[in-house]
Design a protein. Structure first.
Length: 420
């Protein structure tokens, strides 16, 4: 089957304005410096220092130390409408300017990098394997361009540099610290470099984009014994195996087929020897879904299944279940704004990918619960350069041409949002 996506080598970079194209070498330099110094969640001290240093250099007002290592920069536009004059603005009581937030995450992953590149991670066992170094560079480039072109927009832009997206989640602590207040944010946008899409594409849709994620750990408590005398035991392995199978019926038979969901048992540990029946078995699992109305349903159903199977075998259990992130739900109007901007930046119609949902999760969802907004994917894979490894892979890397495209997307979104 012939791909309908643009060939990365044919991407039309003339759609990126000259000022942003000239910024591309700095974007690459910043990204590579960040890539060499990856830091885990709430430990992004070097990253935050670098971001703050650049913002100070550009005389951009900003706050540091929010939720440990988070930063919020504020840039005020000074574009006058055709109805305004300087005198009018000085003497009249004008409406409070609108505020648009842009969010970028900064943290890395506990992965040993296998890429042999000049900008390889210098921190053993830690790697930017999800593109957050690129997100931070794009946000910096956006801040720089907006500060230099404040005459092109009339509102206030808050750029949120967020820690700990991967774990345990920095969005909620930043919200609790008041990053959406003073001045109050009216809408928010964010992007994710996405190696599931090729360079030159943008994945954007209204409604659910990414899934909610819930987790559970369960210990099955049986009765151990000799492998040749099972009648004297309660085999925790047999109980656990039946639970793993039965859990799949939640999606297959309890969830509306129209609603996508996933229950994955990723860990199962039991036993020490082949002829010993284990008295305990431990499992860990993840649950994913798009429909917010399913919140609380899986928790109840998982425990019902575990309790029923354990009771039928004479076993007991210890269950720990918790919710990590809600689903990423894009606002219809802001998603449409992003889509129209994407049409100006990438080739259409093949460059716009509306069906781009994924069961991966993102704590951008907490921001979107507070204010309307849109999170979108920016294609970053390039098979011609062997830049196709998936996110969280030790050889993950992306086509850095996407950095300038990301800045262009954000800048145009700012200009269009304040012109509505």
């Amino acid at each position: 089957m012939v791909s309908t996506f643009p060939n990365p080598s044919s991407v039309d970079l003339s759609r990126i304005r000259l000022a942003i194209r000239s910024l591309q070498p700095q974007l690459v330099e910043w990204r590579r410096r960040l890539h060499q110094q990856p830091e885990l969640g709430f430990q992004e001290k070097l990253t935050a220092e670098f971001v703050s240093q650049k913002l100070q250099e550009w005389e951009i007002e900003h706050q540091t130390g929010i939720a440990h290592t988070g930063i919020v920069a504020t840039i005020k536009g000074n574009k006058l409408s055709t109805q305004d004059s300087v005198q009018t603005r000085l003497i009249a009581s004008l409406p409070t300017p609108q505020v648009l937030a842009i969010r970028a995450d900064m943290d890395a992953l506990p992965i040993q990098e296998l890429n042999e590149v000049p900008y390889k991670s210098q921190h053993d066992g830690v790697m930017h394997a999800c593109g957050h170094d690129g997100h931070t560079a794009i946000a910096l480039g956006t801040a720089y361009h907006l500060q230099q072109h404040r005459q092109d927009f009339s509102g206030i832009v808050k750029i949120i540099f967020q820690p700990a997206e991967e774990s345990p989640g920095g969005a909620k602590p930043m919200i609790e610290a008041g990053v959406l207040k003073n001045p109050d944010v009216d809408a928010i946008i964010g992007l994710h470099l996405w190696n599931n899409l090729p360079l030159g594409t943008v994945g954007v849709r209204a409604g659910a984009l990414m899934a909610a994620v819930e987790c559970f750990n369960c210990t099955i408590l049986g009765k151990g014994g000799h492998g040749a005398l099972p009648h004297q035991t309660v085999d925790s392995v047999v109980v656990a195996a039946q639970i793993v199978n039965a859990l799949q019926t939640i999606v297959a038979r309890n969830v509306n087929p129209i609603d996508s969901a996933v229950v994955t048992v990723g860990e199962l540990h039991a036993g020490t020897k082949r002829n010993v029946i284990a008295d305990t078995a431990r499992m860990s699992a993840t649950v994913r879904y798009f429909n917010p109305s399913l919140k609380g349903f899986f928790n109840q159903r998982v425990e019902q299944i575990i309790a029923g199977i354990c009771q039928s075998h004479g076993a007991s259990y210890d269950l720990e279940y918790w919710s990590l992130y809600p689903p990423v739900i894009n606002d219809i109007k802001i998603a449409e704004l992003v889509r129209t901007v994407a049409e100006e930046v990438v080739e259409t119609p093949m460059g716009i990918v509306p069906e781009c949902q994924t069961m991966a999760a993102e704590d951008m969802s907490f921001f979107l619960q507070e204010v309307p907004g849109c999170y979108f994917f920016l294609g970053s894979a390039n098979p011609e350069k062997d830049l196709v490894y998936p996110h969280h892979h030790p050889r993950f890397d992306f086509d850095e041409t996407a950095l300038g495209m990301g800045v262009e997307m954000f800048v145009r979104c700012v200009e269009k949002f304040f012109s509505l």
